[in-house]
Design a protein around this ligand. Structure first.
Ligand SMILES: NC(=O)CC[C@H](N)C(=O)O
Length: 234
């Protein structure tokens, strides 16, 4: 697999993503500069976490106009894989690759903590190596993570199995107490209708090494590799 990690001005999890792909997974990784138009023939585009354009106006609202986003959108439309992590999820929503928006945390505070997630769907190219209902521990670090969408969109996401991860407490309940940011329906991650674009606020690239406290992100990347090995390429 060849993964391209887009660097926007203000990205700060780009090196984490590169480390995850190159050092942990042993796959090819390249950085993609946001002003470029060349995706370098990557199989997977990662929109990494950070504070693109300082989160001015709204997180992701300026980055979505970066030149490379035209190519990222075209790649997604061709069925190519896109993984938006944290700020990358915000950018993917702003770019129209995913429905809804990420608003300021209901606490008005930046939250940085490991959280428990329930895997809601394994019928995606990002989660086939988990099992439904599996509880995984993955860190979050954001100030604007409150997933919000209108009632019709939420109903469609639920009905079509597009809610992929939900914040839960240790017993697996999607309780208010387990919700770090006030997201509607405790939504932590969603996939698009076609199943090739995943956006999530937690950081799976920081959950691949025992030394970091969790290896629960590994099946996510294994799922991506599996789906590409199956011959599904853009
Ligand atoms: N870690 C991140 O990607 C931060 C995301 C975002 N800029 C926020 O604070 O909400």
């Amino acid at each position: 697999m060849k993964a391209g990690i887009v660097r926007f001005p203000g990205s700060n999890c780009d090196e984490d993503a590169f480390h995850a792909i190159a050092d942990i997974l042993g796959q090819e990784a390249v950085y993609l500069w946001h002003k470029d138009h060349d995706l370098q023939n990557v199989d997977l585009v990662i929109l990494p976490g950070g504070f693109s354009y300082g989160d001015y106006l709204r997180a992701g609202a300026i980055a979505r106009f970066s030149p490379i986003m035209q190519e990222v959108v075209a790649h997604a439309k061709r069925g190519g894989l896109v993984l938006g992590i944290c700020n990358g999820f915000q950018i993917a929503c702003e770019a129209g690759l995913l429905p809804g928006a990420l608003l300021r945390n209901v606490s008005l505070r930046f939250v940085s903590a490991p959280v428990d997630l329930r895997v809601e769907s394994i019928a995606t190219r990002f989660t086939s190596q988990y099992h439904v209902g599996q509880i995984i521990n993955v860190p979050v670090a954001h100030g604007d993570g409150r997933y919000t969408a209108d009632a019709d969109t939420l109903a469609r996401l639920e009905a079509e199995g597009q809610v992929v991860f939900r914040y839960v407490s240790a017993n697996g309940d999607a309780s208010d107490a387990a919700n770090p940011n006030g997201s509607q329906r405790n939504i932590a991650g969603i996939v698009n209708a076609e199943g090739n674009v995943l956006g999530m606020m937690p950081h799976p690239e920081r959950a691949l090494e025992t030394a970091l406290g969790s290896v629960d992100g590994i099946p996510l990347f294994q799922s991506i590799l599996e789906s590409l090995a199956g011959g599904v390429r853009a």
